[in-house]
Design a protein around this ligand. Structure first.
Ligand code: SF4
Ligand code: SF4
Length: 121
């Protein structure tokens, strides 16, 4: 699949994931202030370059095409396989507010066409 072409305009801002009603990635941060330690769950984004960075320095999804591929497959392949539904409501927020002009709907339609999952009308 032409993942590089799909993600040409992506600047890795994470807006698409923060606006998405089904995205739920998070990170855990421990902070200490006045001898009180807090553990907090914070929103994170699979579209950030460092999202999958390992402690040892390896990053399995260092490039944006790999990150977008994961986002698409997670929503439209892994969730249906594991739970029987997609992780996309079709709300279009990620398309409307993406500063890079990415369109997940067009990417999925193109993938379906290329894989023969959906034929031209
Ligand atoms: S909103 Fe657009 S530019 Fe920002 S991370 Fe998502 S796809 Fe990339
Ligand atoms: S169109 Fe789908 S992927 Fe995009 S914000 Fe809405 S639910 Fe999320």
């Amino acid at each position: 699949m032409p993942w590089e072409a799909y993600t040409e305009g992506c600047i890795g801002c994470g807006t698409c994931t923060y606006l998405c009603p089904t995205c739920h990635c998070f990170e855990i941060k421990d902070t200490e202030e006045n001898e009180i330690v807090s553990r907090r769950r914070l929103w994170d984004s699979c579209m950030y370059p460092r999202f999958t960075l390992h402690a040892g320095g390896h990053n399995p999804r260092a490039a944006k095409p790999e990150r977008f591929r994961q986002r698409v497959l997670h929503k439209y392949v892994y969730l249906p396989q594991n739970y029987g539904f997609t992780a996309c409501t079709g709300c279009g927020r990620c398309i409307r507010y993406c500063p890079g002009g990415l369109n997940i709907k067009n990417a999925v339609a193109d993938i379906q066409k290329r894989t023969g999952e959906v034929q031209d009308a």
